[in-house]
Design a binder for this molecule. Structure first.
Ligand SMILES: Nc1ncnc2c1ncn2[C@@H]1O[C@H](COP(=O)(O)OP(=O)(O)O)[C@@H](O)[C@H]1O
Ligand SMILES: [Mg+2]
Length: 292
């Protein structure tokens, strides 16, 4: 079995600090997987992203130990620009990433640096504009866009290089609900349309439950639990440990279990929950609650 990302016993300590931000991280990701990472603030999520695309150790220094392989490359041995052709990183705050004066230029920027022919650049920018829903906004200033459109633009400017892996560091945490939906829907669309490995740091449980192939939970510099959403939400503990709440529909199942109902599997999405709870209402006795 080969993995597109493989991390073994990764330790990292920022220069001038005592405590390690990463304390023996192990992670293996297959091509095409959709991974959601969650964990409390300060647990090392962003640090892990930086190690994957080479910002650590090239631009941010410190003590780095362990093995990292991304598309069979060690990011420490290749420049960040070289790595960006394999792995694209979208930052939490889109404004940090926007550097030009128009949406078109923003997307074309990385391609111009590759010295591609004009026609080829235009073709690729058009393709990405359509994919990311930004068509029609080409001439607008990036700073005149809504937060969601800015984040879509940040994603577009990374995607135009056709990386094999896309990492999104809390892409919706700074956004209002409308913009959050725009960006979240775009991520799902990318997942369905491109044969891409996507890692996103995200704390919205319902969304993670519905879309992730695997959820990785980090705490204090380590990955403490990983599994499919079904495994992760089978009990409330994994996410409660890090101070989050499981999906509401799962919470109902845990409560019913506490009251003696035998729930065959804990539902994690709304349609699944509706089906199960309707059944329980219809045939309550079969699910073994003695009060029924
Ligand atoms: N540039 C830095 N210099 C020193 N310490 C840092 C730096 N960036 C982050 N840290 C520390 O590293 C730890 C992990 O931070 P980070 O990866 O940003 O966590 P998260 O993204 O999960 O919130 C935290 O304790 C944080 O204070
Ligand atoms: Mg962070």
């Amino acid at each position: 079995m080969s993995y597109i990302i493989e991390i073994e016993d990764l330790w990292f300590r920022y220069r001038g600090t005592k405590e390690y931000a990463l304390k023996g991280v192990n992670m293996r990701i297959r091509e095409g997987e959709f991974i959601v990472i969650m964990g409390p603030s300060g647990c090392g999520k962003t640090t892990l992203c930086y190690c994957l695309n080479g910002i650590i150790p090239h631009l941010i220094r410190g003590e780095l130990r362990g093995k990292i392989s991304v598309c069979n490359l060690n990011p420490a041995e290749h420049s960040v620009v070289e790595m960006s052709r394999y792995i694209g990183l979208v930052f939490q705050n889109p404004e940090m990433q926007l550097v030009t004066t128009s949406v078109y230029e923003e997307i074309a920027f990385a391609l111009e640096n590759l010295a591609l022919p004009r026609k080829e650049i235009r073709r690729r920018v058009e393709e990405i504009l359509t994919l990311t829903g930004l068509k029609g906004l080409e001439n607008r200033s990036p700073f005149s866009l809504s937060g969601g459109e800015q984040q879509a633009l940040a994603i577009a400017s990374v995607l135009v290089l056709k990386p094999k892996v896309l990492i999104l560091d809390e892409p919706t945490s700074q956004l209002d609900p409308w913009s959050t939906k725009l960006v979240a829907d775009l991520i799902v669309k990318l997942r369905e349309n491109l044969n891409m490995t996507i890692i996103t740091i995200e704390h919205r449980m319902e969304w993670a439950a519905e879309h992730a192939d695997r959820i990785l939970i980090m705490d204090n510099g380590r990955i403490i639990v990983e599994g499919s959403p079904k495994d992760i939400f089978k009990t409330p503990e994994p996410v409660r440990t890090i101070g989050f709440r499981p999906p509401q529909v799962s919470e109902i199942a845990y409560r019913l279990q506490e009251r003696g109902f035998k729930i065959p599997t804990v539902p994690i999405t709304l349609p699944e929950a509706i089906e199960l709870y309707e059944k329980i209402l219809r045939e309550g006795r079969r699910y073994g609650n003695s009060n029924n």
